[in-house]
Design a protein around this ligand. Sequence first.
Ligand SMILES: Cc1cc2nc3c(=O)[nH]c(=O)nc-3n(C[C@H](O)[C@H](O)[C@H](O)COP(=O)(O)OP(=O)(O)OC[C@H]3O[C@@H](n4cnc5c(N)ncnc54)[C@H](O)[C@@H]3O)c2cc1C
Length: 422
Amino acid sequence: MTESADVVICGAGPAGWVAAIAAARQGLSVVLADRYGFPGGTAVSGYVLPISGFYYNGNRVAGDIAYEFAKRMEAAGAAIFEMPRGNVSFDPEYYRIIATRMLDEAGVTFASNVYIDGVVADDVPDGRRLSHVTVAGKSGHEAFEGKIFIDATGDGDVCAMANVPMQPDDPARQPMSLCFALAGVDTSTELLKNSIHHDGKHGPRSRNVTIREVLLADPEVGDFCGPWFNTAVSAGTIVVNITRTDCDATDRRAYAAAEKKLREDMLMLVGKLKANFREFSECSIVASAINAGIRESRRIRGRYTLTGDDFLSGQIPLCPVAACSHPVDIHAPSGAGQTVIWLDHPGYIPFGSLVADGFPNLIAAGRCISVDPTAFASIRVQGTCMTVGEAAGKAAAFCLEKGISVTEADTEGFDPGTVRSF
Ligand SMILES: Cc1cc2nc3c(=O)[nH]c(=O)nc-3n(C[C@H](O)[C@H](O)[C@H](O)COP(=O)(O)OP(=O)(O)OC[C@H]3O[C@@H](n4cnc5c(N)ncnc54)[C@H](O)[C@@H]3O)c2cc1C
């Protein structure tokens, strides 16, 4: 046993690193573990821009820590708020540095470069209680002890290892995409100047139609998406979301094959852009995601599974932890299709979607919470995952202070303060 803390947070993506700050600011000792050397998860490692879900029609729905982070990024010239739609573009290099500063200031122990590979749990009268997670890294095999654990691995790895029931496999699971950065694009032409999304200039709402039509008509082009071009703010590059493939991310062989295909597709698609559009003729790929970005994988079957109907009704549930503004945004597993349902009002996530009966000290946060595929298609965005993470970190403090299990928090009056009325 090499680390011991009140809360062990597994995964330092948007949900995990924000959960760590929330818990530490409540006075808890916090260990945050991740396989990478930086916080940010898919936002940074996957080149996934922008942070969506900050505002609903100009009213902020994202939590305070997400907002504080985005304002600090903006002050550093590394973020742009897009109003009223609520997307925040950012520079991924600044993201990891500013998030790391915030973790340091809060006193979080960031155990980076470790792979979480197991749990130690005891069967107790109220279910399965975790005592440790085990991790592997260059220092060997270690165990991190905690009183409460937050699974923010995106894929629900810790919950799966603890045998938390999972949602059924979704045959229409959203596909993976490998995003990348291009330099040397002429963004001054009519075709492109309004196509760089989320740069504060209120460009058109959706993908670039002209480029899409050319790609759709090309028999050599298979699955693709968008394309969406996003600004990386201060880096002088555009970040491109255009590749697509269906894959079960929890199957390592399938993931390896998907990643290989997506890298080949990236080269092929950039070749098509260069050949067909003079804006891209001089461009080059200057960076690509560390891993293919996973939109959808495991989710827990928690105490409450939020359905699309609940979500779209806009009803405020018991103990809401986040108000969501992103549309229900479903990418077809293959082809180039996308279904978008714009919200008439925010949708709300209940705390019951973060916990599972029989697991008294385990909280899920981020995209692995208990929601159906329709609700998932909205709640998966970063602004919402950060807000859910903030609520999860505060819930850990609430439960430890009251001496209750995490499954009792909502009925015992927990209010994360992450949902404000407007
Ligand atoms: C192609 C693509 C486009 C997207 N577009 C947008 C968009 O435009 N706007 C938006 O807001 N969102 C977008 N998203 C969604 C968003 O990026 C993710 O849903 C969000 O990052 C999920 O946050 P998370 O914290 O739950 O998980 P993640 O970001 O996946 O973070 C999980 C963290 O856990 C770590 N981890 C996982 N397993 C282990 C393990 N066993 N041991 C150690 N560490 C582990 C990972 O390294 C990572 O740091 C997109 C996603 C993809 C893939």
